[in-house]
Design a binder for this molecule. Structure first.
Ligand SMILES: C[S@@+](CC[C@H](N)C(=O)[O-])C[C@H]1O[C@@H](n2cnc3c(N)ncnc32)[C@H](O)[C@@H]1O
Length: 259
């Protein structure tokens, strides 16, 4: 079951428990009592539904914070504005389960070291965000074509503005799974564990022979990386490298002919 649906069910479940207890006269008819019961019941329902542990404090805090916010003298338009800003930044994160966080300079240096300085390679950043990797990489490797695809409008716009004056950057807005990856020598991903199987599948199917998938922090489950690089930053970043074997397309063609 999708995580967002589990969260909705848990909240509804909490609401139902509070409503039944109120209707049965087992709760004092004061808002905080009902909200407290709703929060605890929602958290228990989330546990029963097998939600990840970090959902529990969200369920415990959701309704109480709603009630607290209603007591503040804030015009409703501000809540709408905050929602729209968050929507523009996170966009489909509830569905992709990949939030926005940014690659740091040490990671940029480690990725740049995987792109030879003397060859005009093509590099793709899957979900380029605000361009934290793309921009410095384009400056460090001016003879390379550095491409980024980003789904969320606000980071994409910021990336586009920041990349003005860098002729070797190419940007597209949309879903990176809907684009071909066949033209790239290095494909960088800083996503989450959730899409890694699909990323691997597309890389294996489409990437050109000799291409490398560089995954920041999230390995592909069940696949031994060809190389692991310790970036040496404070968060202990690791880059997991997977190489597309040279001549793999020929090998696949031969397999098909053999069948
Ligand atoms: C963790 S951030 C990484 C940003 C950037 N690559 C960096 O290293 O600084 C992941 C980004 O991928 C984007 N994203 C996730 N799934 C996507 C998809 N299927 N298509 C396009 N962008 C996606 C998110 O919107 C988010 O901005």
């Amino acid at each position: 079951m999708p995580a967002a649906l589990k969260a909705l069910l848990a909240q509804l479940c909490g609401g139902l428990v509070a409503f039944v207890l109120l209707a049965a006269g087992l709760l004092p008819a004061v808002p905080w009592a009902a909200v407290g019961v709703q929060a605890v019941a929602a958290a228990l329902a989330a546990i029963a539904l097998g939600s990840d542990r970090w959902w529990i404090p969200i369920h415990l805090g959701f309704a109480p914070l709603l009630l607290a916010a209603r007591t503040l003298p804030i015009a409703p338009g501000w809540y709408l504005a905050a929602f729209l800003v968050l929507l523009a930044i996170y966009w489909t994160s509830f569905h992709t389960r990949v939030p926005l966080y940014l690659s740091n300079q040490r990671t940029v240096d480690a990725v740049a070291a995987l792109v030879p300085a003397d060859r005009p390679m093509r590099v793709l950043d899957l979900g380029c965000g605000t361009g934290s990797l793309l921009l410095p990489l384009a400056r460090l490797r001016p003879h390379c074509r550095v491409s980024g695809i980003e789904a969320a409008p606000a980071p994409f716009l910021l990336c586009r503005l920041r990349s003005r004056g860098l002729p070797n950057i190419e940007l597209a807005r949309g879903d990176f799974f809907a684009h071909s990856w066949s033209e790239y020598d290095r494909i960088y991903a800083f996503l989450s564990p959730v899409p890694m199987d699909a990323v691997w599948h597309k890389f294996e199917q489409e990437a050109r022979a000799g291409a490398t998938l560089i995954s920041n922090s999230f390995p592909v489950s069940g696949r031994k990386p060809d190389q692991v690089i310790e970036v040496g930053d404070r968060r202990g970043t690791r880059l997991y490298l997977y190489h597309q074997p040279v001549g793999h397309k020929d090998a696949r063609k031969k397999d098909k002919q053999g069948n």
